[in-house]
Design a protein around this ligand. Sequence first.
Ligand code: FES
Length: 570
Amino acid sequence: MENKLRSREWFGRKGKDGFIYRAWMKNQGIPDDEFRNKPVIGICNTWSELTPCNAHLRELSEAVKKGVWEAGGFPLEFPAISLGEPLMKPTAMLFRNLASMGVEECIRANPIDGVVLLCGCDKTTPSLVMGACSVDIPAIVVSGGAMLTGRYKGAGIGTSDLWRLNSDLKKGAISEEEMLAMESAMCRSQGHCAVMGTASSMACMVETLGLALPGNADIPAADSRRKVLAQVSGRRIVGLVHENMKMSDILTRQAFENAIMANAAIGGSTNFVIHLLAIAGRLNVPLTLSDFDDLSAGIPLLANLQPSGEFFMEDFFYAGGLQALLKELQEFLHLQLPTVNGKTIGENLGKAKSINKQVIASIDEPFNNSGALAILKGNLCEDGAVIKPSAASPHLLQHTGKALVFDNIEDYKERIDDPTLDVDETSVLVLKHVGLKGYPGMPEVGNMALPKKMLEKGVTDMVRISDGRMSGTGFGTVVLHVSPEAALGGNFSVVRTGDTISLDVPGRSLNVLLPAEELKERKEQLQKPKPVADRGYVNMFVQHVEQPHLGADLDFLKGGSGSEVSRDSH
Ligand code: FES
């Protein structure tokens, strides 16, 4: 066993090298026996006061440490770049790959035998998992958990309400004062967004993949059982190191298939597509955009959670949580797959059961037959686009209308509320240059607010299309992730106001009704876009980022380099 621990290459050495590796560590008050053949467990923490969703992770880290010590391991906590969705500009997505690089290199460069990934807010989960996959040592994810449901005037309030409130404010249905009162009522506890947004989708994703203990997806951040889960995860990672159970042993193609099916049944985020593709890419597991459509087809929506439904993550937990939902879905899942607690997916489901069918519906009487994701193809998105039918308006899922094009976000902001804007409820709003290279970073602006004059008319939804993303908490008939993005000069970049666009979600198509010759001519006249950055990480990102249908990773980060350190300077 001694030779198997990579940390022995540091702490097990004699002479000058061992002295250096251990002596400086001892300035933290660490006794000698901690260095003697104990599995070293890294706790990769995305705690930050600038990432409010993860601001409680120091506490959870202490619980993980307790568990590691109990199981005979030696815990060492280290920071990762923390990506806070609410504050980071221009968008946290710009830095997902940067954070993943930091995680990968930190794990590999240090005496770490196994790692616990502490994350919560949207991008913190995929960045940590991506980085750890490229090293491929034993790992467990511990998510921070969702906030308690916000309360305002006796009713629940969560992030999805923000989009409605914004429309209400725009049309004068509520005052700034009321908005302020709701602002204080919404985020009333630690944790991430309280709906099935991207953070909750990511927490469900890691549990379904087998990378987290049962309960990780849904125990609220403020519930004491979240600390128990963290402590037990700490114990378990030591076991995984002894068993030499690496991430690649768990993350097989079938595990990714389970995650896709579960995401369909929970009404998960559209961002899930990009992140799962990127994670699969780090392990060279074959996964394509069409897999999401093929595997989601026939999976009904079982979770009645905002933004596709009515309830909050807290209700999901009380109703039985993800395990109860997976139990309903078991006929579709690969139940024999291993998970980090040493049991299979099927064994973990055990007696799990929905105790509130209003929140977690049965497979025989689903909440909605519309799936959470559909992948579109057509001449307007040659490499694909994504829509969330469960959060869209049924009457707009097949729609033909005239395009109203905004060339960039500034153009949109300037004109959207202009009283003279030539728009009606059949118009298709198109927003360009909010993609990975063009913005850069692909911000969550795809569910752009409707024109004020439409809101005043009582219109609540219109077809919207962009090369950007949408918050997992958002909703509407919103086509996202158009690939190739406008900055690459494909058909999407030459669509103009007045062109006719046809969306057919059941037929999985998105087209602009123009002859190929016309599109070709327009593309020939296109001018090369100006570079958006001339130095630093952003320059590297723009040069190397792949399109969303491939996972938006940097091309040179795909795959992994394993846990070996090739050179030894001491
Ligand atoms: Fe962090 Fe929503 S802002 S999870």
